[in-house]
Design a protein around this ligand. Sequence first.
Ligand SMILES: [Zn+2]
Length: 102
Amino acid sequence: MSKRSTDPGSTTARGYGTAHQTLRRQLLADLAACPGQPCTRCGHPMYPDQALHLDHEDDRSGYRGLAHAACNVRAGAIKGNRQRRGKPAPRRAWSPPQPSRW
Ligand SMILES: [Zn+2]
């Protein structure tokens, strides 16, 4: 399953309703009129041609505003990692490239 945020059919099914989409559209229009507004997560400027998400409060009580998609996803991953406390995230051990024996 791919997670395409631009897929119009899947947003409501995932719990993002009309209010979310309306607000997101407003904020994107606002950003298009006034580009370079700071990301709610990293504080760096955002531009309309970047992948942007409408970011929720961590407790889903409301919206923080627009954030870079990468920042929002990373924040969600950090939160998820905290919730899985006691079970360290699997980390792939780095191994040096093996010499070819062909
Ligand atoms: Zn950001």
